[in-house]
Design a protein around this ligand. Structure first.
Ligand code: GLU
Length: 310
């Protein structure tokens, strides 16, 4: 039997829910609706220095206003730390990871030596057994090939990937490990997120393989650019969704606009209700080049939603 389709939105609570994050959440939400799957929410709060309860609340408030409902309980990544540690230990026991005690200058020197030799970081402790230090993943030889719904087939030479840290010397898990373990344990079948994470998919797929776990479908969405084609900044409108609420946009109008921003369907109508989107949304309809914010279009779409609601 096929596994039930599950998507997730996994924000790090370090600020408000900006429109790029909101669009990622919407793509996951509508895709799961389209296929009769489930959309889940995970708060990636492992970076204690940067994560704040206020930012978590701002994200939850932003999603609630936007009308994006998740299924089940919210998963707080920091609560899963013991599970992450166990998986790192398991990889260590199987010889798929190793302890590396290097830090500071010694680590810098070892890194420089690898760079001069033309490959990514490989610790001199790779083939030794050491009792303490960080647990690093032993990147396999060869290539990593991922199949992405938007970017297509992407290939990397594995000697370009560092032997990445899974568990820091202080025993805390890293993002790369936590994401893989949580996605697996949450039964996530489709990872849809910004294409700033594309290279992470290569690293994460190596971990899935090492752990013998099913690899999720990948879909890395090009980021939103400003009207001038440059990276989105606050000046361009990279604001929290509540700023759009305060400017008078309707949640339905913003949902429609954000989904249309970077996703096309058929003859490219602009106005979509939630049902229209859920009926036809597909990952393969997401454009492979960055979308540009267009306030005229946003106003036009929002105006149509206002007219329908009045
Ligand atoms: N927490 C990451 C971020 O906010 C997303 C991780 C993921 O979607 O895999 O950028």
């Amino acid at each position: 039997m096929n596994k039930p389709i599950r998507t997730r939105f996994a924000p790090s609570p370090t600020g408000f829910l900006h429109i790029g994050g909101a669009r990622t959440a919407l793509f996951n939400y509508y895709f799961s609706k389209h296929v009769g799957g489930e959309f889940h929410l995970r708060i990636e709060d492992t970076d204690k220095a940067r994560s704040t309860p206020e930012a978590t609340q701002a994200i939850l408030d932003g999603l609630a206003w936007l009308g994006v409902q998740h299924e089940g309980d919210i998963v707080y990544q920091s609560k899963n730390a013991d599970t992450h540690v166990n998986v790192a230990q398991d990889l260590l026991d199987k010889g798929l990871a190793y302890r590396c005690p290097l830090d500071g200058n010694e680590l810098d020197e070892a890194r420089d030596a690898c760079r001069e030799a033309g490959h990514a970081f490989r610790s001199p402790y790779r083939d030794k057994t050491h009792a303490n230090g960080a647990i690093r993943f032993r990147v396999p030889d060869g290539q990593t090939i991922i199949y992405d719904h938007i970017a297509g087939e992407v290939t990397w030479e594995n000697d370009q990937f560092d032997d990445l840290v899974l568990l820091r010397a202080d025993g805390t898990p890293t993002y790369m490990l936590a994401v893989v373990v949580d996605d697996h344990n949450m039964g996530i079948t489709h990872v849809v997120r910004g294409d700033d994470h594309l290279i992470n998919a290569g690293r994460q797929q190596q971990l899935y393989d090492a752990l013998g776990w099913d690899i999720p479908d990948w879909a890395h969405v090009p980021l939103i650019h400003g009207p001038d084609g440059k990276k989105l900044s606050k000046r361009h409108g990279a604001l929290g969704v509540e700023a759009y609420r305060d400017m008078g946009y309707l949640p339905g109008g913003l949902r429609n606009y954000l989904v249309k921003l970077g996703w096309s369907h058929g003859d490219d109508e602009l106005f979509f209700t939630d049902k229209d989107i859920a009926d036809v949304f597909s990952l393969d309809g997401i454009n492979s080049s960055p979308a540009r914010l267009d306030f005229d279009k946003m106003d036009f779409i929002n105006g149509q939603h206002m007219a329908r609601e009045s």
